[in-house]
Design a protein around this ligand. Structure first.
Ligand SMILES: Cc1ncc(COP(=O)(O)O)c(C=O)c1O
Length: 393
């Protein structure tokens, strides 16, 4: 075939991608082995039945046609109301644009604020697609780790030290995947100060905002930040709708108007019946409370089972769909630990180093399994950790 563009080839550079343990676990499960998969971040339950019914009704009601580029009006209105609740800033429909999932909102945000060669700061540990999303825009970025000892909270001085003359944006994610850290108001205020001092955009990924345990604090609500913050939201986590591919971006109206042109050349509008089902799900908060309670209960079950385990400590793990365990006193090489845990106990977890330096020496455990499975996995971890130490001795 003729040569592909360097743009498309550059999105995912070849080589090790950090998913090796997950792939090995998945291959063994596919081959029929009884593997507990705690490496993925997708719900183990279906979309709430009310949302499914709303979609069936909508598809039967002739919603089969093109839709407005930024989203159908009812959907935009519902998303704006959800953004008002998420960010604490009264939001109009003109300040939101519907996208194909949170990932497309992230893509839109990066495309919107960075030119080829511009620089961004990405606060780590981070969600796996972040580097590729910057590569797709031809932008460069510096990873600034959040220290594990500080519960994976962002450190303003470390971020300041990474600023360059061509820095245009900082990307953060709270509640965080993979660490489960929920950034404190104080740390967010410090980030906001940096953005205002250096005239930067803050890209704030808040797709886990309903799974945070306590009050959700969005940096968009801080003084002077609404005009320079783009918030990434999604139906995937909060409403149990990963496969429906619906998300949205919230920001200043002028920026959202420009972004409608991105939908013109990519999606040309989202599916009509899915848009209506999503609007109804947002208006009625279908499943939101139940899903949040389910993950909170699972987090408690897992953390209770893990606390007191010799040489294993909990870091972050306040919100989102994951728990982060420091296993470095057992085995400093987290990938070796994860492979050995899979081999011995048939449990697949993610090595922390897959998500950046700061999470090295940790494992990320997904809460996307029922409580009894999590209890069983914790029991296996306890057994594994104690025998691992004996072998090492
Ligand atoms: C932090 C974070 N942001 C964004 C996404 C994208 O989610 P989606 O495209 O399903 O909305 C995910 C998915 O796991 C995530 O963990």
């Amino acid at each position: 075939m003729p040569r592909p563009s360097s743009r498309i080839s550059g999105i995912v550079p070849s080589g090790k991608d950090g998913w090796e343990v997950h792939s090995a676990a998945w291959a063994r499960k596919e081959a029929g082995e009884d593997i507990i998969m705690l490496s993925v971040g997708d719900h183990d339950f279906d979309t709430p039945s009310e949302t499914i019914e709303a979609c069936v009704t909508a598809v039967r009601a002739s919603n089969h046609h093109y839709t407005p580029l930024p989203g159908v009006p009812r959907l935009r209105k519902a998303m704006a109301a959800a953004s008002s609740a998420c960010t604490g800033v009264e939001t109009t429909p003109e300040q939101v644009i519907a996208t194909q999932g949170g990932q497309a909102a992230l893509y839109a945000a990066v495309q919107a604020v960075l030119d080829q060669g511009d620089h961004a700061i990405v606060v780590a540990p981070y969600y796996a697609t972040y580097p590729n999303t910057f590569s797709a825009a031809g932008a460069i970025f510096t990873v600034v780790e959040t220290p594990a000892e500080g519960g994976f909270q962002p450190d303003a001085e470390m971020i300041r030290a990474a600023l360059k003359p061509n820095t245009r944006a900082i990307l953060i994610n709270t509640p965080n995947n993979p660490t489960g850290a929920v950034y404190s108001r104080e740390r967010l205020e410090q980030l906001a100060d940096i953005c205002k001092e250096h005239d930067l955009w803050l890209l704030s990924d808040e797709v886990y905002w309903t799974l945070g345990g306590g009050e959700h604090i969005s940096p968009r609500s801080l003084p002077g930040m609404a005009e320079r913050t783009l918030v990434i939201n999604s139906m995937s986590k909060s409403h149990g709708m990963t496969g429906w591919r619906m998300g949205w971006l919230t920001g200043p109206e002028d920026m959202i108007s420009l972004l409608i042109n991105l939908n013109l050349v990519t999606t040309y509008g989202l599916p009509a019946f899915i848009s209506i089902a999503c609007a109804e799900a947002l208006e009625n908060r279908y499943g939101v409370k139940d899903i949040a309670e389910r993950y909170a209960a699972r987090r408690t079950v897992l953390l209770d089972a893990v606390r007191g385990m010799n040489n294993v400590s909990v870091r972050g793990s306040e919100g989102g769909m994951y728990v982060m365990l420091d296993i470095s006193d057992v085995e400093p090489d987290d990938e070796k630990f994860a492979f050995a845990f899979l081999d011995k106990e048939n449990v697949g977890v993610m090595p922390g180093s897959s998500f950046g330096e700061a999470a090295a020496g940790h494992i990320r455990i997904s809460l996307c399994q029922p409580e009894p499975v999590l209890r069983e996995a914790a029991a296996r971890l306890r057994r594994f950790v104690s025998s691992y130490r004996r072998e090492a001795a």
